[in-house]
Design a protein around this ligand. Sequence first.
Ligand code: CA
Length: 409
Amino acid sequence: MSASSSAVSNVGKVRASNQDSGFAGQYLNVVADGMGGHAGGDVASHLVIRQLLTLDKKFDSVDEARDELVHTLLLANDMLSDVVFEHPELAGLGTTASVMLRVGNQVVIAHIGDSRVYLLREGNLSQVTVDHTFVQRLIDSGRITEEEAHSHPRRSVLMRVLGDVDATPEIDTMVLDSNEGDVWMLCSDGLTTVVWSDELSEMMTGFEPGVDVDVIANALVDASLEGGAPDNVTVIVSRTVAGEPEQLAELVGSAAGPMPVKQPEPRLIPPTGKRPKPRSLPVSTGGVTMGSANLTAQLDAVRAQRIRRRIGLIIAAVVVAGALVIAGITGYRWSQTQFYLGADEDSVVIYQGLAQPVGPFSLSHAYLDTNVLLSSLTPFQRDQIKATVPAGSLAEAQSLVNALTSAAK
Ligand code: CA
């Protein structure tokens, strides 16, 4: 199973800047809603999403995916404390994170804060995550209704976030099945405080089955804008489809721009070590040696040896052909773990694969348009990017982009 996803983020009609960030990739979808003055919210959601980008890859098991997801969110949480240490004016920054990672026909969801994950399945919309808010506690204990929560004076108080306060914030996780045709929707509270659950349900179930995910995401953001959009609004819509992922990854909101402050040293997950060298096959070339027996015996011996050699050559050819096929598959798989920076018409793009084609076969495709404009770079940097810069992993590519954007300032 794979996904067809769309990400849309809008600053809204009241706020001066967009502190939300969103990501829609091949396997990973994230909404992060940043909070805190002095650009703190922009920094928090930007940093958390950029840190999570390294997880947009194929996992073998949901357990492995869940462990790495929680680990990365906690690392990002530590990094937010590091940012505040270097920039004390950002104290109190924080961000929600609602993350969905696809593993085969399942999804791993990790969630903290009041951004939400919804699932539209067979004409029914259900809210998958539970808000970590003060009013949600009141609703759970039966003290107020969902309607009353919308006008409660403490409706925006969050009980849990990623930020510089809690060293090990509690992150909810769950693993759910995802069937072909399921539509997952992740959003910031800029949508749900304007478009309430009944209206949201009506909208989501009203779309024609199979309608483009861009149409759904834009319609939801438009509905928030029509309702006055007092807050930033971010929506990710991701439909489960059959086949292998081909999605061009998309960053929106604060994370789509350069990091608002100098980023602390990236905490990268250590690379998985050097690849073993491919083993070369021992190939023996047997020669014909004459014995000292009579001519007939010699000829028989030569004939027998010829036959053995022919059989040997056929076996060797089969083994070599098999090895070439395996090497080709392994090589292609390996190439798809590689990333490099290049340019499209006007901006820096992260490509997945190898820049060099093999014969007529291209081994790369655009992975993410970083939105870093070529015009913001020095002529030297521009030439380097146009000539492509190998980056190894996605994390390295991301650090290179960060280095470019901080140098460009
Ligand atoms: Ca918000």
